[in-house]
Design a protein around this ligand. Structure first.
Ligand SMILES: CC(C)(COP(=O)(O)OP(=O)(O)OC[C@H]1O[C@@H](n2cnc3c(N)ncnc32)[C@H](O)[C@@H]1OP(=O)(O)O)[C@@H](O)C(=O)NCCC(=O)NCCS
Length: 202
């Protein structure tokens, strides 16, 4: 009797097979998305729900395993971006993620969220409640070029994360993060400023 097939497969064969499946999957998704640039990958278990045509992906970007996208408004992801495993992005309002940005594992981004208004009568934060009983806060989320979002962070509607900014692990972002700063905590505060080199004018 022959050996089970799995034992005969060299590791590289399995790796190539995974790559081929990723290429096929990305090709299939590209029929439904607004655009997908060259070299970009949509990995295993990624879900893109409601309005996939709102999503544009630049080149050499990776939507990693089991990331989830709930799309209502435009989600624009630039070039060389890494959306790590298990990230959740909801685009109740626009979400822009610029080139070279990285969103680490488990981070959740909301551009629309249930809220309260202090009025009398029933105001519910359940999204299953009748719409007349719900209140919303929404605003474009913009993660600028080369910004980094640490693991398990939560980004709330209407914030801008500045260029090169670093958001520490497990942070809650409720306000804009200035460019070239490190922030962290719940809610996030500035921890450090990053050195910036000024270019000499020629
Ligand atoms: C934010 C971060 C970049 C800071 O690193 P660092 O410059 O080496 O900072 P330090 O460890 O010197 O800490 C500086 C201060 O910030 C605090 N701090 C560090 N990380 C923090 C965080 N995530 N949230 C809140 N405060 C934080 C420290 O407690 C310290 O406070 P203190 O001065 O009162 O003692 C790092 O802690 C971090 O969170 N990195 C993200 C890692 C990650 O998500 N990786 C994903 C896989 S790639």
């Amino acid at each position: 009797m022959g050996k089970p097939l799995g034992l005969l497969k060299p590791f590289s064969y399995q790796l190539h097979f995974r790559e081929i499946r990723t290429v096929l999957r990305t090709g299939a998704w590209s029929l439904f998305l607004k655009s997908v640039g060259i070299g970009s990958k949509i990995d295993e278990g990624v879900t893109i729900r409601y309005h996939p045509a709102k999503l544009s992906i630049g080149k050499y970007t990776h939507l990693d395993t089991h990331s989830q996208f709930e799309l209502y408004e435009r989600l624009r992801i630039g070039d060389y971006v890494h959306i790590c495993p298990n990230v959740y992005i909801q685009s109740g309002d626009k979400v822009f993620i610029d080139d070279y940005a990285c969103v680490s594992n488990g981070t959740r981004i909301y551009s629309k969220s249930n809220t309260y208004d202090g009025s009398e009568g029933l105001v519910s934060l359940s999204s299953n409640a009748p719409v007349k009983n719900q209140r919303f806060k929404s605003g474009k989320v913009h993660i600028k070029r080369n910004a980094f979002i640490g693991v398990n962070s939560v980004i709330m509607p209407g914030v801008v994360i500045g260029e090169n900014a670093i958001v520490g692990a497990c942070s809650l972002i409720t306000k804009d993060v200035p460019a070239n700063t490190i922030v962290g905590g719940v809610p996030a505060k500035v921890i450090k400023k990053l050195p910036t080199k000024k270019r000499k004018k020629r």
